[in-house]
Write a protein that binds this ligand. Structure first.
Ligand SMILES: [Zn+2]
Length: 495
């Protein structure tokens, strides 16, 4: 009369085990279907899906059902508990052996016809199943590739409730096939297409090599967005751990393609400037990771930066700096990794800054003020792009992405060999030791601090960029010309 199945709630990029207990009775005089244990509305709707799904699967649903989701203090959201509820009911009614549910976890939404559908977070659920010593996860066919990423946990794919019942009665596991390995998607756009912008290309290469943030300022059509879209193509390949982290983030956001497994391409996210703070940072009733977390280990591109909502840009500041995003909610807070390369683009003035520009200084200042100073302060590199002469455009034969990517990889390997992480995220305490200057550099830095009134934070940012420039050059110490280039690429040069 009482049985249970194990399922999971997703919190951040972790899964929390949730025990689904079902008590059933055949009592036509007092019929009921009650779900307790902090379910939200979407979980309470499981009653309708489970009842109808069981009928569709030719299984009886007892007339009196009480379901408890434990622990009660974890908020349960979404349809992911449907299959566990249905199987716990069948086990409590004696229609499947209760002990057959002991070694497995259960994950899946149920359709009214009894079909089983994929839910977000299958990968993190499977990782928790392994920690709990479970051998298998009953899940939708489409979730199997995610579960299979976790060594030692077997996906038990179910296209319908019957398949789960057959497994629990006789141990039949239906074969499944991962979606064909992602076809080599559309080739990434190549830097060879960007002509006549040598300075911006150089800044992009430095940004890629050290993980620095980049601001591109220029009139429409000058190639700002073209450049940003070519950044993923010059970043080094994802490491195995990074791939898994990107896959977790996209799994809990429900963004993996059906049947998809490991994500191996660097993400590129370009939210529209109308995006809310919640869309950029994450949140909402389902506690979804926002754009900055979905761009982790990839590129977050903010085109038309001054058009973004002020509160949205303010909300980005901390996560951009820390590489970690904390979303606080009444039900507790969750964190997401969000280390990303931030590329922002803006016009030099409200009209776009074409040759016919007649904007007053006051209007231009007001336009720039829309971008919060503290966020601008976090842009390590800034470039002013101008429309090249037709002759320059014709003559320019720029390098392809592959050549740039080779130098970037070399610089990334030098950073990895030092063991201090990427230059952009060197902790302040490590900057002086890692970015030690030669005599020329020291002299230049002293002059720059005096003349440019650099703040200590600004000095650190320049030193980190200079370290990356030295790494690209294969230099042991940071020399005067490395620092000079870093200073020239400081934001001040575009203001
Ligand atoms: Zn203008």
């Amino acid at each position: 009369m009482l049985a249970s199945a194990l399922s999971f709630a997703v919190a951040g990029i972790d899964a929390i085990p949730v025990r689904v207990e079902a008590y059933v009775a055949h009592d036509d005089i007092h019929p009921a279907f009650v779900i307790v244990g902090l379910p939200d509305a979407s979980v309470r709707e499981a009653r309708e899906r489970v009842r109808s799904g069981l009928r569709g699967a030719q299984q009886r649903c007892p007339s009196r059902v009480i379901v408890n989701l434990a622990p009660a203090n974890v908020r349960k959201v979404g349809a992911g508990f449907d299959l566990a509820i249905a199987l716990a009911i069948l086990a409590a009614a004696g229609d499947v052996p209760a002990e057959s549910l002991a070694g497995v976890a259960v994950l899946g939404e149920i359709g009214l016809d009894g079909s089983v559908r994929p839910v977000a977070g299958a990968l993190v659920a499977a990782e928790m199943a392994r920690r709990l010593g479970l051998e298998g996860v009953l899940c939708a066919h489409e979730s199997s590739a995610e579960v299979a990423l976790v060594d030692g946990v077997t996906p038990i794919p179910c296209a319908a409730i019957e398949h789960a019942v057959n497994y629990l009665r006789c141990g039949v596991i239906r074969p499944w096939t991962a979606a064909a390995p992602a076809l080599p998607g559309p080739a990434l756009p190549d830097l060879a297409d960007v002509r006549g912008q040598p300075l911006a290309r150089r800044a992009l290469e430095i940004a890629a090599a050290g993980g620095h943030n980049l601001l591109l300022v220029g009139p429409p059509g000058v190639g700002k967005s073209m450049l940003a879209r070519r950044l993923p193509g010059v970043l080094p390949p994802l490491t195995a751990d990074q791939s898994l982290e990107v896959t977790r983030l996209h799994s809990v956001a429900g963004l993996l393609p059906a049947g998809g497994g490991l994500v191996t391409a660097r993400p590129f996210r370009a939210p529209h400037h109308s995006a809310s703070a919640a869309a950029l940072i994450g949140g909402g009733p389902q506690l979804r990771p926002g754009e900055i977390a979905l761009a982790a280990h990839g590129v977050l591109f903010l085109d038309e930066l001054p058009e973004f909502r002020r509160d949205a840009l303010e909300a980005l500041r901390g996560p951009v700096e820390d590489g970690v995003l904390t979303v606080a909610r009444a039900s507790g807070s969750v964190t997401y990794p969000c280390r990303t390369s931030l590329v922002a683009a803006m016009n030099p003035c409200p009209c776009g800054g074409g040759p016919a520009c007649a904007c007053s200084d006051e209007r231009v200042r007001a336009y720039r003020r829309k971008v919060s100073g503290p966020l601008l302060d976090r842009m390590d590199l800034g470039v002013r792009l101008v429309r090249p002469e037709a002759e320059v455009l014709r003559a320019d034969r720029p390098e392809a992405s592959a050549a740039v990517a080779g130098r970037v990889r070399g610089a990334a390997e030098r950073q990895a060999a030092r063991g201090s992480g990427s230059n952009a995220h060197l902790p302040p305490a490590a900057v002086a030791a890692t970015c030690s200057l030669d005599a020329d550099g020291e002299a230049l830095l002293r002059r720059a601090i005096d003349r440019l009134a650099l703040s200590p934070r600004g000095v650190d940012r320049c030193l980190r960029v200079a370290r990356t420039i030295a790494d690209l050059a294969g230099a042991e110490r940071v020399a005067g010309d490395h620092l000079a280039e870093a200073l020239s690429l400081r934001l001040g040069s575009v203001a």
